[in-house]
Design a protein around this ligand. Structure first.
Ligand code: UTP
Length: 321
């Protein structure tokens, strides 16, 4: 019997499918970081170290881990350090290579190897919505992710990959939602939601920016990860300035939600706000404790330190009695 010949055909890529796939990430990092002054007077807040890496490197690593190999940073004046961090540092690399210090050499080279990294300046940090609009030319007509650089999602979580996957199945835009206590909802954009029939995914029917506790439609806060349909650009362009005279991303998303094309992925994992002083400190401590190289020694010290604080408190109470 002759061998059956299976005709070999090269699958032709479906142009629609390629256009729909999320490949690009936008990282707005042009804000003034006023909550962290004076540290952020001459240093971008995104460059503040979380253990031994700048906060923004975790965010780019997260994008790369979700398969986004093209990252556009929205920067501004006084943000040169970000551009330098994701570039080569020839003198440093040469010095480390000459010493044969391959571990540090890799650490220096890694940021530039994470993705194809681009930078664009937002002349005036007018608002987050305006920062996203600055990405229009680079993004084109593909869906794209937006990662806020002071929202750090624990490196062990897979939130962004889940959001990309939801976009690819359901089209439209996807926001990340986290349940917060009612007394904190006024700090966030808040989503009105309906069940979607899928575990961990909801349909977003409306969005309100920083509502009072009484006006909040739910306890779901929008956190700093988005997968946006490119139609957001047209909406942002004609979105009149909202609260505080800013072009609000929330207003644009609200318009999309009214059209029934926004989904929410509910996140209950670890997230840190590195733009806030107290949360930044918690982030550093937490991630330091988790590190294999630093954790054991640091945790032992931390326990002693906390015990010392408790003893000092008990002693103060004893003296006051
Ligand atoms: P934030 O409001 O948290 O950042 O904006 P900020 O303005 O730098 O911080 P504070 O409140 O003054 O301390 C969320 C994200 O959007 C970026 C910021 O860099 C941050 O990552 N952003 C904000 C821009 O890129 N451009 C803007 O015009 C505003």
């Amino acid at each position: 019997m002759g061998r059956m010949i299976v005709p070999h055909t090269t699958p032709t890529p479906d142009p629609d499918r390629t256009a729909r796939t999320v490949r690009k990430a936008v990282v707005p990092a042009a804000g003034l970081g006023t909550r962290f002054l004076p540290a952020t007077k001459a240093t971008p807040k995104e460059m503040l170290p979380v253990v031994d890496k700048p906060a923004i490197q975790y965010v780019v690593e997260e994008a790369a881990a979700a398969g986004l190999d093209d990252v556009l940073m929205i920067t501004g004046r006084h943000k040169r350090a970000i551009e330098d961090h994701f570039d080569h540092a020839f003198e440093l690399e040469q010095a480390l290579a000459a010493k044969g210090d391959t571990v540090r050499l890799d650490a220096v080279r890694d940021p530039a190897r994470l993705a194809d990294i681009h930078h664009i300046r937002q002349g005036d940090p007018l608002s987050l919505g305006h920062a996203v609009l600055c990405a229009r030319h680079h993004v084109g007509d593909q869906p794209f992710a937006v990662l806020l650089s002071d929202d750090l999602i624990d490196p062990r979580e897979t939130l962004l990959s889940r959001m990309v996957e939801v976009r690819e199945r359901r089209e439209g835009s996807v926001v990340a939602l986290m349940e917060v206590p009612p007394e904190q909802i006024h700090l966030y954009g808040c989503a009105a939601v309906e069940p979607s029939g899928e575990d961990g995914v909801v349909r977003v029917t409306g969005l309100v920016e920083k509502p009072s506790r009484e006006d909040a439609p739910s306890r779901y806060a929008v956190i700093g990860r988005y997968v946006l349909d490119p139609s957001v650009f047209d909406i942002l362009e004609h979105t009149p300035p909202g609260r505080g005279g800013e072009i609000q991303l929330t207003d644009a998303l609200q318009e999309m939600a009214a059209g029934g094309t926004v989904h929410g992925v509910v996140f209950d994992g670890l997230r840190y706000d590195t733009g806030d002083k107290a949360d930044y400190l918690r982030t550093v401590v937490r991630l330091a404790c988790d590190r294999a190289d630093l954790g054991p020694e640091f945790t032992a010290w931390l326990k002693e330190f906390v015990a010392g604080l408790e003893n000092a408190g008990a002693e103060r109470e004893r003296l006051a009695a």
